[in-house]
Design a protein around this ligand. Structure first.
Ligand code: SF4
Length: 153
């Protein structure tokens, strides 16, 4: 995941470019708060240690964090520090493709082998064909529905 500073720089770049456009008055640009984006990244990738962070944040006063005016990055920073958890472990750390991930126990049909292959293709800038063009064997066919079986009777 990109860093908070990367997100801010990207938002500034886009904002600047929009201001340069002749039709700028007809363009509306909203960007996500960088601190919220990073926190979402942690929560999306988090393991059981994040439970203590969430409990700390609640005790520190976090409640309606989805509302921008209620969100406090400082409350969450304190919550991470109290739990001894570094957010970067879940966001900017480069992971080994063989790392065991917190959600690996959930069977979604799509195999880890397929996801690893997709990661390698993405790094080479290669696009996997649309499922309606050809099946790439992701594993979701095990559910026997949707695009995997349409028009194949
Ligand atoms: S057609 Fe089904 S099994 Fe094949 S790649 Fe698409 S979702 Fe996966």
């Amino acid at each position: 995941m990109r860093t908070r500073e990367d997100f801010l720089e990207a938002a500034r770049t886009v904002n600047h470019e929009i201001k340069e456009q002749q039709n700028r008055k007809s363009i509306r640009y909203h960007w996500h708060e960088a601190d919220v984006t990073v926190l979402e990244g942690v929560l999306a990738r988090g393991d059981r240690r994040i439970g203590a962070v969430i409990a700390n944040a609640y005790r520190n006063g976090a409640l309606y964090d989805a509302w921008t005016d209620e969100f406090s990055a400082e409350i969450w920073e304190r919550a991470f520090a109290q739990a001894g958890v570094d957010p970067a472990f879940y966001t900017t750390r480069e992971r080994d493709v063989d790392e065991i991930l917190p959600w690996d126990f959930i069977d979604i049909g799509v195999t880890k082998k397929f996801l690893k292959k997709e990661w390698q293709l993405a790094q080479m800038g290669r696009v996997t064909p649309n499922c309606r063009q050809s099946c790439s064997g992701c594993g979701a066919v095990c559910y026997g529905g949707g695009v995997c079986v349409e028009n194949k009777n």
